[in-house]
Design a protein around this ligand. Sequence first.
Ligand SMILES: *[C@@H]1O[C@H](CO)[C@@H](O)[C@H](O)[C@H]1NC(C)=O
Ligand SMILES: *[C@@H]1O[C@H](CO)[C@@H](O)[C@H](O)[C@H]1NC(C)=O
Ligand SMILES: *[C@@H]1O[C@H](CO)[C@@H](O)[C@H](O)[C@H]1NC(C)=O
Ligand SMILES: *[C@@H]1O[C@H](CO)[C@@H](O)[C@H](O)[C@H]1NC(C)=O
Ligand SMILES: *[C@@H]1O[C@H](CO)[C@@H](O)[C@H](O)[C@H]1NC(C)=O
Length: 456
Amino acid sequence: MFNYRLINLIFTCSSLGLILYLFFSSFLLLPNTRILSHAADQFSYPTSIDHIVFGIASNAKTWPESKEYVTMWWKPDNMRGCVFLDVPLDDSNTSLLPPVCISDDTSRFRYTWRGGFRSAIRVARVVSETVALNHTNVRWFVFGDDDTLFFPENLVKTLSKYDHDLPYFIGSNSESFVQNRLFSFSMAFGGAGFAISYPLAKTLAKVLDSCLERYPHLYGSDGRIYSCLAELGVGITRESGFHQMDMAGNPFGILAAHPMAPLVSLHHTDYLDPIFPKMTNRDAIRHLYKAAELDPHRILQQTVCYDRWFSWTISISWGYAVEVFDTHVLLPDVLRVPETFRPWRKGSLLSTLFSFDTREHDEDPCKRPMVFHMNTTVRDGDETISIYRAMEKGNCTTTLGSPREIELVKVHAQKLNLSMKQLVTPRRQCCDVLPSSWREELEIGIRECHEDELIR
Ligand SMILES: *[C@@H]1O[C@H](CO)[C@@H](O)[C@H](O)[C@H]1NC(C)=O
Ligand SMILES: *[C@@H]1O[C@H](CO)[C@@H](O)[C@H](O)[C@H]1NC(C)=O
Ligand SMILES: *[C@@H]1O[C@H](CO)[C@@H](O)[C@H](O)[C@H]1NC(C)=O
Ligand SMILES: *[C@@H]1O[C@H](CO)[C@@H](O)[C@H](O)[C@H]1NC(C)=O
Ligand SMILES: *[C@@H]1O[C@H](CO)[C@@H](O)[C@H](O)[C@H]1NC(C)=O
Protein backbone atom coordinates (compact mmCIF):
# COMPACT_ATOMS: atom_id res chain seq x y z
CA MET A 1 0.00 0.00 0.00
CA PHE A 2 1.83 3.07 -1.17
CA ASN A 3 0.56 6.54 -1.64
CA TYR A 4 -1.08 5.94 -4.96
CA ARG A 5 -2.44 9.44 -5.34
CA LEU A 6 0.99 10.94 -4.82
CA ILE A 7 2.66 8.73 -7.42
CA ASN A 8 -0.11 9.49 -9.86
CA LEU A 9 0.47 13.18 -9.42
CA ILE A 10 4.18 12.79 -9.97
CA PHE A 11 3.53 11.11 -13.26
CA THR A 12 0.94 13.59 -14.46
CA CYS A 13 2.93 16.74 -13.84
CA SER A 14 6.18 17.50 -15.56
CA SER A 15 7.53 20.25 -13.35
CA LEU A 16 10.61 19.21 -11.37
CA GLY A 17 9.80 21.84 -8.78
CA LEU A 18 6.43 20.35 -8.16
CA ILE A 19 7.94 16.92 -7.83
CA LEU A 20 10.42 18.21 -5.28
CA TYR A 21 7.63 19.97 -3.44
CA LEU A 22 5.59 16.80 -3.29
CA PHE A 23 8.60 14.78 -2.26
CA PHE A 24 9.36 16.98 0.73
CA SER A 25 5.76 17.57 1.65
CA SER A 26 5.30 13.85 2.08
CA PHE A 27 7.73 14.07 4.97
CA LEU A 28 6.41 17.26 6.47
CA LEU A 29 2.71 17.10 5.95
CA LEU A 30 -0.19 14.91 6.27
CA PRO A 31 -1.04 12.56 9.07
CA ASN A 32 -2.77 11.03 6.08
CA THR A 33 0.50 9.88 4.49
CA ARG A 34 1.53 8.28 7.72
CA ILE A 35 -1.58 6.17 7.86
CA LEU A 36 -1.12 5.05 4.29
CA SER A 37 2.48 4.11 4.81
CA HIS A 38 1.83 2.42 8.14
CA ALA A 39 0.63 -0.91 6.81
CA ALA A 40 3.58 -0.99 4.43
CA ASP A 41 5.88 -0.61 7.47
CA GLN A 42 5.16 -4.16 8.35
CA PHE A 43 7.07 -5.30 5.32
CA SER A 44 9.71 -2.58 5.01
CA TYR A 45 10.47 -2.71 8.75
CA PRO A 46 9.70 -6.23 9.89
CA THR A 47 8.49 -6.61 13.44
CA SER A 48 11.34 -7.09 15.88
CA ILE A 49 11.66 -7.50 19.62
CA ASP A 50 12.02 -3.69 19.84
CA HIS A 51 8.35 -3.34 18.92
CA ILE A 52 7.10 -5.42 21.83
CA VAL A 53 6.31 -4.38 25.40
CA PHE A 54 5.83 -7.12 27.98
CA GLY A 55 3.59 -7.13 31.02
CA ILE A 56 4.43 -9.99 33.35
CA ALA A 57 2.11 -10.75 36.23
CA SER A 58 3.77 -11.84 39.45
CA ASN A 59 3.60 -11.18 43.17
CA ALA A 60 6.00 -10.81 46.05
CA LYS A 61 5.45 -14.43 47.09
CA THR A 62 6.19 -16.21 43.79
CA TRP A 63 8.65 -13.76 42.20
CA PRO A 64 11.75 -14.87 44.18
CA GLU A 65 11.15 -18.41 42.86
CA SER A 66 9.98 -17.72 39.34
CA LYS A 67 12.44 -14.98 38.42
CA GLU A 68 15.03 -17.65 37.64
CA TYR A 69 12.79 -18.81 34.79
CA VAL A 70 12.33 -15.26 33.54
CA THR A 71 16.11 -14.73 33.33
CA MET A 72 16.22 -17.67 30.89
CA TRP A 73 14.35 -15.72 28.21
CA TRP A 74 14.45 -12.06 29.24
CA LYS A 75 17.11 -10.00 27.47
CA PRO A 76 17.56 -6.85 29.56
CA ASP A 77 19.29 -4.94 26.76
CA ASN A 78 16.59 -5.20 24.14
CA MET A 79 13.33 -5.96 25.85
CA ARG A 80 10.87 -3.51 27.31
CA GLY A 81 8.15 -3.94 29.89
CA CYS A 82 7.60 -4.61 33.56
CA VAL A 83 6.99 -7.38 35.99
CA PHE A 84 4.04 -6.33 38.15
CA LEU A 85 4.21 -7.06 41.87
CA ASP A 86 1.63 -6.39 44.56
CA VAL A 87 4.20 -4.96 47.00
CA PRO A 88 7.83 -3.90 46.55
CA LEU A 89 10.60 -6.40 47.26
CA ASP A 90 14.08 -5.82 48.58
CA ASP A 91 16.13 -7.18 45.76
CA SER A 92 19.53 -5.88 44.83
CA ASN A 93 20.37 -8.32 42.07
CA THR A 94 17.96 -7.28 39.33
CA SER A 95 20.23 -6.46 36.41
CA LEU A 96 19.15 -9.50 34.38
CA LEU A 97 15.47 -9.05 35.09
CA PRO A 98 12.65 -6.86 33.85
CA PRO A 99 12.08 -3.71 35.89
CA VAL A 100 9.55 -4.08 38.69
CA CYS A 101 6.31 -2.09 38.61
CA ILE A 102 3.99 -2.02 41.58
CA SER A 103 0.36 -2.59 40.68
CA ASP A 104 -2.25 0.01 41.52
CA ASP A 105 -4.65 -0.66 44.36
CA THR A 106 -7.70 -2.64 43.21
CA SER A 107 -9.59 -2.94 46.48
CA ARG A 108 -12.48 -0.88 45.07
CA PHE A 109 -13.43 -3.69 42.63
CA ARG A 110 -15.66 -6.54 43.72
CA TYR A 111 -14.54 -10.19 43.42
CA THR A 112 -17.16 -12.87 44.05
CA TRP A 113 -15.83 -16.22 42.73
CA ARG A 114 -15.93 -18.33 45.87
CA GLY A 115 -12.51 -19.71 46.76
CA GLY A 116 -10.84 -17.79 43.96
CA PHE A 117 -8.12 -15.18 44.19
CA ARG A 118 -9.03 -11.51 43.98
CA SER A 119 -5.53 -10.86 42.63
CA ALA A 120 -7.18 -11.75 39.30
CA ILE A 121 -8.34 -8.12 39.15
CA ARG A 122 -4.86 -6.76 39.76
CA VAL A 123 -3.46 -9.11 37.13
CA ALA A 124 -6.10 -8.13 34.56
CA ARG A 125 -5.08 -4.51 35.13
CA VAL A 126 -1.51 -5.40 34.17
CA VAL A 127 -2.83 -4.81 30.64
CA SER A 128 -3.92 -1.21 31.22
CA GLU A 129 -0.98 -0.46 33.51
CA THR A 130 1.47 -1.71 30.87
CA VAL A 131 -0.15 0.49 28.23
CA ALA A 132 0.08 3.41 30.68
CA LEU A 133 3.89 3.10 30.70
CA ASN A 134 3.65 5.15 27.47
CA HIS A 135 6.41 3.37 25.58
CA THR A 136 6.92 4.60 22.04
CA ASN A 137 7.19 2.63 18.80
CA VAL A 138 5.07 -0.25 20.14
CA ARG A 139 3.38 -2.72 17.80
CA TRP A 140 2.38 -5.41 20.28
CA PHE A 141 1.79 -5.78 24.00
CA VAL A 142 2.51 -9.28 25.25
CA PHE A 143 1.26 -10.56 28.59
CA GLY A 144 2.15 -13.62 30.60
CA ASP A 145 2.52 -15.02 34.09
CA ASP A 146 5.84 -15.21 35.89
CA ASP A 147 6.00 -18.91 35.00
CA THR A 148 5.29 -18.34 31.31
CA LEU A 149 8.41 -19.21 29.32
CA PHE A 150 8.59 -17.23 26.09
CA PHE A 151 10.73 -18.05 23.08
CA PRO A 152 11.27 -14.43 21.97
CA GLU A 153 12.45 -15.01 18.35
CA ASN A 154 9.41 -17.18 17.72
CA LEU A 155 7.06 -14.78 19.44
CA VAL A 156 8.32 -12.01 17.15
CA LYS A 157 8.13 -14.24 14.08
CA THR A 158 4.60 -15.33 14.88
CA LEU A 159 3.36 -11.78 15.48
CA SER A 160 5.07 -10.54 12.31
CA LYS A 161 2.42 -12.45 10.32
CA TYR A 162 -0.21 -9.96 11.45
CA ASP A 163 -0.81 -6.30 10.73
CA HIS A 164 -0.21 -4.61 14.07
CA ASP A 165 -2.39 -1.67 13.03
CA LEU A 166 -5.46 -3.89 13.15
CA PRO A 167 -7.16 -5.00 16.37
CA TYR A 168 -5.67 -8.42 17.13
CA PHE A 169 -5.95 -10.60 20.23
CA ILE A 170 -3.63 -13.56 19.75
CA GLY A 171 -3.08 -16.60 21.94
CA SER A 172 -4.45 -20.04 22.52
CA ASN A 173 -6.83 -21.88 24.81
CA SER A 174 -6.25 -24.84 27.11
CA GLU A 175 -5.20 -28.36 26.16
CA SER A 176 -7.77 -29.61 28.66
CA PHE A 177 -11.32 -29.99 27.42
CA VAL A 178 -12.85 -29.30 30.85
CA GLN A 179 -10.76 -26.21 31.42
CA ASN A 180 -12.02 -24.80 28.12
CA ARG A 181 -15.55 -25.84 28.95
CA LEU A 182 -15.33 -24.20 32.36
CA PHE A 183 -13.71 -20.94 31.23
CA SER A 184 -14.23 -20.62 27.47
CA PHE A 185 -13.07 -22.21 24.28
CA SER A 186 -12.59 -18.69 22.92
CA MET A 187 -10.44 -17.31 25.71
CA ALA A 188 -6.68 -16.84 25.40
CA PHE A 189 -5.43 -18.56 28.56
CA GLY A 190 -3.13 -16.23 30.46
CA GLY A 191 -0.45 -18.75 31.41
CA ALA A 192 0.23 -19.45 27.74
CA GLY A 193 0.72 -15.73 27.25
CA PHE A 194 -1.17 -13.61 24.75
CA ALA A 195 -0.57 -10.62 22.51
CA ILE A 196 -2.72 -7.58 21.87
CA SER A 197 -1.95 -5.24 19.00
CA TYR A 198 -1.20 -1.62 19.86
CA PRO A 199 -4.47 0.03 18.77
CA LEU A 200 -6.57 -2.65 20.45
CA ALA A 201 -4.56 -2.45 23.69
CA LYS A 202 -5.01 1.36 23.77
CA THR A 203 -8.76 0.96 23.41
CA LEU A 204 -8.94 -1.89 25.91
CA ALA A 205 -6.95 0.10 28.47
CA LYS A 206 -9.51 2.90 28.28
CA VAL A 207 -12.51 0.69 29.01
CA LEU A 208 -11.04 -2.09 31.14
CA ASP A 209 -12.06 -0.72 34.55
CA SER A 210 -15.68 -0.48 33.51
CA CYS A 211 -15.52 -4.11 32.37
CA LEU A 212 -13.96 -5.20 35.66
CA GLU A 213 -17.03 -3.88 37.43
CA ARG A 214 -19.30 -6.03 35.27
CA TYR A 215 -17.41 -9.30 35.79
CA PRO A 216 -16.80 -9.73 39.55
CA HIS A 217 -18.14 -13.29 39.24
CA LEU A 218 -15.35 -14.54 36.96
CA TYR A 219 -12.44 -16.61 38.27
CA GLY A 220 -9.31 -15.35 36.54
CA SER A 221 -7.66 -12.35 34.98
CA ASP A 222 -7.71 -13.87 31.50
CA GLY A 223 -11.50 -14.31 31.68
CA ARG A 224 -11.82 -10.60 32.46
CA ILE A 225 -9.63 -9.58 29.50
CA TYR A 226 -11.44 -11.98 27.20
CA SER A 227 -14.85 -10.67 28.30
CA CYS A 228 -13.89 -7.05 27.84
CA LEU A 229 -12.46 -7.75 24.36
CA ALA A 230 -15.65 -9.65 23.52
CA GLU A 231 -17.60 -6.51 24.47
CA LEU A 232 -15.34 -4.58 22.11
CA GLY A 233 -16.36 -7.09 19.43
CA VAL A 234 -12.93 -8.71 19.14
CA GLY A 235 -12.35 -12.46 19.25
CA ILE A 236 -9.25 -14.59 19.64
CA THR A 237 -6.86 -15.38 16.81
CA ARG A 238 -5.46 -18.78 17.74
CA GLU A 239 -1.79 -19.55 17.40
CA SER A 240 -0.81 -23.09 18.27
CA GLY A 241 2.71 -22.16 19.41
CA PHE A 242 1.34 -20.73 22.71
CA HIS A 243 1.05 -23.45 25.37
CA GLN A 244 -0.95 -23.22 28.56
CA MET A 245 0.20 -26.76 29.51
CA ASP A 246 -2.87 -27.74 31.52
CA MET A 247 -1.76 -31.28 32.32
CA ALA A 248 0.24 -33.14 34.97
CA GLY A 249 3.05 -35.67 34.87
CA ASN A 250 5.32 -36.10 31.90
CA PRO A 251 4.81 -33.50 29.16
CA PHE A 252 6.90 -35.51 26.68
CA GLY A 253 4.01 -36.09 24.25
CA ILE A 254 3.21 -32.40 23.82
CA LEU A 255 6.83 -31.60 23.02
CA ALA A 256 7.41 -34.65 20.80
CA ALA A 257 4.47 -33.99 18.48
CA HIS A 258 4.30 -30.21 18.29
CA PRO A 259 2.04 -28.59 15.68
CA MET A 260 3.67 -27.07 12.61
CA ALA A 261 4.18 -23.64 14.14
CA PRO A 262 7.10 -21.96 15.91
CA LEU A 263 7.19 -22.69 19.65
CA VAL A 264 6.09 -19.44 21.33
CA SER A 265 5.63 -20.38 24.98
CA LEU A 266 5.55 -23.06 27.65
CA HIS A 267 3.98 -22.88 31.10
CA HIS A 268 3.43 -24.78 34.37
CA THR A 269 6.95 -26.17 34.27
CA ASP A 270 7.13 -26.64 38.03
CA TYR A 271 3.87 -28.59 38.06
CA LEU A 272 5.14 -31.03 35.45
CA ASP A 273 7.95 -33.58 35.43
CA PRO A 274 11.27 -32.22 34.14
CA ILE A 275 11.22 -32.29 30.33
CA PHE A 276 14.58 -34.11 30.27
CA PRO A 277 15.25 -37.16 32.44
CA LYS A 278 17.72 -36.92 35.32
CA MET A 279 17.63 -33.13 35.47
CA THR A 280 15.86 -30.62 37.65
CA ASN A 281 13.01 -28.67 36.05
CA ARG A 282 15.15 -25.58 35.76
CA ASP A 283 18.19 -27.31 34.29
CA ALA A 284 15.95 -29.14 31.81
CA ILE A 285 14.40 -25.89 30.60
CA ARG A 286 17.83 -24.28 30.34
CA HIS A 287 18.94 -27.27 28.26
CA LEU A 288 16.02 -26.76 25.86
CA TYR A 289 16.77 -23.03 25.58
CA LYS A 290 20.34 -23.89 24.52
CA ALA A 291 19.01 -25.75 21.49
CA ALA A 292 16.43 -23.03 20.86
CA GLU A 293 19.16 -20.44 20.80
CA LEU A 294 20.94 -22.29 17.99
CA ASP A 295 17.89 -22.62 15.77
CA PRO A 296 14.82 -21.01 17.34
CA HIS A 297 12.47 -21.57 14.42
CA ARG A 298 13.23 -25.28 14.32
CA ILE A 299 12.91 -26.07 18.02
CA LEU A 300 10.34 -28.90 18.54
CA GLN A 301 9.50 -29.04 14.83
CA GLN A 302 8.56 -32.61 14.00
CA THR A 303 10.08 -34.44 11.05
CA VAL A 304 9.36 -38.07 10.25
CA CYS A 305 11.25 -40.57 8.11
CA TYR A 306 11.36 -44.28 7.57
CA ASP A 307 14.18 -46.81 7.58
CA ARG A 308 13.30 -49.15 4.69
CA TRP A 309 15.80 -51.84 5.67
CA PHE A 310 14.59 -52.34 9.27
CA SER A 311 11.07 -51.02 8.70
CA TRP A 312 11.50 -48.43 11.45
CA THR A 313 9.65 -45.16 11.83
CA ILE A 314 11.72 -42.26 13.08
CA SER A 315 10.10 -39.13 14.50
CA ILE A 316 12.33 -36.20 15.35
CA SER A 317 11.27 -33.29 17.53
CA TRP A 318 14.23 -31.08 16.78
CA GLY A 319 16.25 -30.03 19.82
CA TYR A 320 14.20 -32.19 22.16
CA ALA A 321 13.82 -35.88 21.40
CA VAL A 322 13.72 -38.64 18.80
CA GLU A 323 11.29 -41.55 18.87
CA VAL A 324 12.11 -44.71 16.93
CA PHE A 325 9.27 -47.20 16.38
CA ASP A 326 10.27 -50.73 15.45
CA THR A 327 7.47 -50.90 12.86
CA HIS A 328 6.17 -48.85 9.99
CA VAL A 329 3.66 -46.36 11.39
CA LEU A 330 1.59 -44.24 9.02
CA LEU A 331 2.36 -40.53 9.22
CA PRO A 332 -0.99 -39.30 10.62
CA ASP A 333 -0.57 -41.73 13.53
CA VAL A 334 2.96 -40.52 14.24
CA LEU A 335 1.69 -36.93 14.37
CA ARG A 336 -0.71 -37.79 17.19
CA VAL A 337 0.42 -36.76 20.67
CA PRO A 338 1.55 -39.75 22.77
CA GLU A 339 -0.44 -39.51 26.00
CA THR A 340 2.47 -39.47 28.42
CA PHE A 341 0.74 -37.06 30.83
CA ARG A 342 -2.23 -37.09 33.21
CA PRO A 343 -5.22 -34.77 33.39
CA TRP A 344 -4.63 -31.37 34.96
CA ARG A 345 -7.24 -32.04 37.63
CA LYS A 346 -8.65 -35.33 38.83
CA GLY A 347 -12.33 -35.68 38.15
CA SER A 348 -14.83 -37.21 35.85
CA LEU A 349 -14.12 -38.92 32.57
CA LEU A 350 -14.35 -35.49 30.95
CA SER A 351 -11.17 -34.39 32.66
CA THR A 352 -9.23 -37.04 30.73
CA LEU A 353 -10.15 -35.42 27.43
CA PHE A 354 -7.66 -33.25 25.60
CA SER A 355 -8.33 -30.96 22.69
CA PHE A 356 -5.93 -32.62 20.24
CA ASP A 357 -5.34 -36.07 18.73
CA THR A 358 -3.61 -38.51 21.01
CA ARG A 359 -2.03 -41.91 20.66
CA GLU A 360 -1.61 -44.52 23.36
CA HIS A 361 1.45 -44.47 25.58
CA ASP A 362 1.96 -48.08 26.65
CA GLU A 363 2.41 -48.79 30.37
CA ASP A 364 5.21 -51.16 29.46
CA PRO A 365 8.30 -49.19 28.40
CA CYS A 366 9.41 -52.12 26.27
CA LYS A 367 6.31 -51.77 24.11
CA ARG A 368 6.86 -48.08 23.48
CA PRO A 369 8.96 -46.56 20.75
CA MET A 370 12.58 -46.15 21.77
CA VAL A 371 13.18 -42.57 22.98
CA PHE A 372 16.35 -40.52 22.68
CA HIS A 373 16.63 -37.17 24.42
CA MET A 374 18.67 -34.27 23.15
CA ASN A 375 22.19 -34.35 24.55
CA THR A 376 23.96 -31.56 22.66
CA THR A 377 23.41 -29.26 19.72
CA VAL A 378 26.21 -27.56 17.83
CA ARG A 379 26.32 -25.09 15.00
CA ASP A 380 28.47 -25.82 11.98
CA GLY A 381 28.12 -22.84 9.63
CA ASP A 382 24.53 -22.76 8.37
CA GLU A 383 24.05 -26.31 9.57
CA THR A 384 23.28 -27.69 13.01
CA ILE A 385 24.15 -31.09 14.38
CA SER A 386 22.03 -32.30 17.25
CA ILE A 387 22.79 -35.44 19.22
CA TYR A 388 20.13 -37.46 21.01
CA ARG A 389 20.93 -40.24 23.50
CA ALA A 390 18.99 -43.06 25.08
CA MET A 391 18.56 -41.89 28.67
CA GLU A 392 16.04 -44.44 29.91
CA LYS A 393 17.05 -47.79 28.56
CA GLY A 394 14.89 -49.98 30.79
CA ASN A 395 15.27 -53.74 30.92
CA CYS A 396 13.86 -54.72 27.58
CA THR A 397 15.02 -57.84 25.80
CA THR A 398 16.37 -56.75 22.45
CA THR A 399 16.33 -58.73 19.27
CA LEU A 400 18.66 -58.23 16.36
CA GLY A 401 17.60 -55.22 14.33
CA SER A 402 15.73 -53.62 17.21
CA PRO A 403 16.05 -49.84 17.62
CA ARG A 404 16.88 -50.58 21.28
CA GLU A 405 20.42 -51.35 20.18
CA ILE A 406 20.91 -47.74 19.13
CA GLU A 407 22.80 -45.56 21.59
CA LEU A 408 22.79 -42.28 19.79
CA VAL A 409 20.94 -40.40 17.06
CA LYS A 410 22.73 -37.66 15.17
CA VAL A 411 20.63 -35.18 13.20
CA HIS A 412 21.89 -32.76 10.55
CA ALA A 413 19.73 -29.81 9.57
CA GLN A 414 19.97 -26.39 7.96
CA LYS A 415 19.25 -23.51 10.29
CA LEU A 416 15.68 -22.46 9.61
CA ASN A 417 14.84 -18.88 8.73
CA LEU A 418 11.10 -18.87 8.15
CA SER A 419 9.94 -16.56 5.40
CA MET A 420 6.48 -14.99 5.43
CA LYS A 421 5.41 -17.64 2.92
CA GLN A 422 6.59 -20.47 5.17
CA LEU A 423 4.85 -18.89 8.16
CA VAL A 424 1.54 -18.50 6.42
CA THR A 425 1.59 -21.87 4.62
CA PRO A 426 3.90 -24.05 6.70
CA ARG A 427 5.11 -27.29 5.18
CA ARG A 428 6.68 -30.16 7.05
CA GLN A 429 10.24 -31.03 6.06
CA CYS A 430 11.51 -34.46 5.07
CA CYS A 431 14.42 -36.51 6.34
CA ASP A 432 16.65 -39.37 5.26
CA VAL A 433 18.44 -42.08 7.16
CA LEU A 434 22.11 -41.60 6.28
CA PRO A 435 24.75 -44.29 6.27
CA SER A 436 26.40 -44.13 9.70
CA SER A 437 29.80 -45.18 10.80
CA TRP A 438 28.83 -47.48 13.64
CA ARG A 439 25.96 -49.81 14.37
CA GLU A 440 24.84 -48.12 17.56
CA GLU A 441 24.40 -44.80 15.82
CA LEU A 442 21.56 -43.58 13.67
CA GLU A 443 22.39 -40.63 11.45
CA ILE A 444 19.63 -38.50 9.93
CA GLY A 445 19.59 -35.58 7.54
CA ILE A 446 16.65 -33.14 7.52
CA ARG A 447 15.92 -31.31 4.26
CA GLU A 448 13.06 -29.71 2.36
CA CYS A 449 10.71 -32.22 0.73
CA HIS A 450 10.50 -32.42 -3.04
CA GLU A 451 7.37 -30.92 -4.57
CA ASP A 452 5.49 -34.23 -4.88
CA GLU A 453 7.33 -36.22 -2.21
CA LEU A 454 5.23 -38.28 0.20
CA ILE A 455 6.29 -38.86 3.79
CA ARG A 456 5.75 -42.61 3.87
C1 LIG B 1 23.18 -12.04 40.59
O1 LIG B 1 22.50 -12.99 39.77
C2 LIG B 1 23.36 -13.67 38.89
C3 LIG B 1 22.51 -14.54 37.98
O2 LIG B 1 21.42 -15.10 38.64
C4 LIG B 1 24.39 -14.47 39.70
O3 LIG B 1 25.24 -15.16 38.81
C5 LIG B 1 25.17 -13.53 40.57
O4 LIG B 1 26.06 -14.26 41.40
C6 LIG B 1 24.25 -12.69 41.45
N1 LIG B 1 25.01 -11.69 42.15
C7 LIG B 1 24.80 -11.40 43.44
C8 LIG B 1 25.62 -10.31 44.00
O5 LIG B 1 23.99 -12.00 44.12
C1 LIG C 1 1.33 8.44 30.15
O1 LIG C 1 0.55 9.38 29.46
C2 LIG C 1 -0.64 9.74 30.14
C3 LIG C 1 -1.46 10.63 29.25
O2 LIG C 1 -0.65 11.47 28.48
C4 LIG C 1 -0.27 10.40 31.47
O3 LIG C 1 -1.45 10.73 32.17
C5 LIG C 1 0.58 9.44 32.29
O4 LIG C 1 1.01 10.06 33.46
C6 LIG C 1 1.78 8.96 31.50
N1 LIG C 1 2.42 7.92 32.26
C7 LIG C 1 3.74 7.86 32.42
C8 LIG C 1 4.25 6.67 33.20
O5 LIG C 1 4.51 8.65 31.93
C1 LIG D 1 25.60 -36.03 27.09
O1 LIG D 1 26.19 -37.29 26.93
C2 LIG D 1 27.38 -37.47 27.68
C3 LIG D 1 27.95 -38.84 27.32
O2 LIG D 1 27.00 -39.85 27.53
C4 LIG D 1 27.06 -37.36 29.18
O3 LIG D 1 28.23 -37.49 29.94
C5 LIG D 1 26.41 -36.01 29.43
O4 LIG D 1 25.99 -35.93 30.78
C6 LIG D 1 25.22 -35.82 28.54
N1 LIG D 1 24.69 -34.48 28.71
C7 LIG D 1 23.39 -34.21 28.83
C8 LIG D 1 23.05 -32.79 29.01
O5 LIG D 1 22.54 -35.08 28.78
C1 LIG E 1 16.82 -54.46 35.41
O1 LIG E 1 16.81 -55.79 35.90
C2 LIG E 1 17.74 -56.02 36.94
C3 LIG E 1 17.70 -57.50 37.26
O2 LIG E 1 16.45 -58.05 37.08
C4 LIG E 1 17.35 -55.14 38.15
O3 LIG E 1 18.28 -55.33 39.20
C5 LIG E 1 17.37 -53.67 37.71
O4 LIG E 1 16.93 -52.86 38.78
C6 LIG E 1 16.45 -53.46 36.51
N1 LIG E 1 16.64 -52.12 36.05
C7 LIG E 1 15.62 -51.33 35.69
C8 LIG E 1 15.99 -49.96 35.20
O5 LIG E 1 14.45 -51.67 35.76
C1 LIG F 1 16.05 -14.40 7.19
O1 LIG F 1 15.31 -14.12 6.02
C2 LIG F 1 14.96 -12.75 5.87
C3 LIG F 1 14.12 -12.63 4.61
O2 LIG F 1 13.14 -13.62 4.58
C4 LIG F 1 16.24 -11.91 5.76
O3 LIG F 1 15.88 -10.55 5.67
C5 LIG F 1 17.08 -12.14 7.00
O4 LIG F 1 18.30 -11.47 6.89
C6 LIG F 1 17.35 -13.62 7.21
N1 LIG F 1 18.02 -13.81 8.48
C7 LIG F 1 19.05 -14.61 8.64
C8 LIG F 1 19.61 -14.67 10.01
O5 LIG F 1 19.50 -15.29 7.73
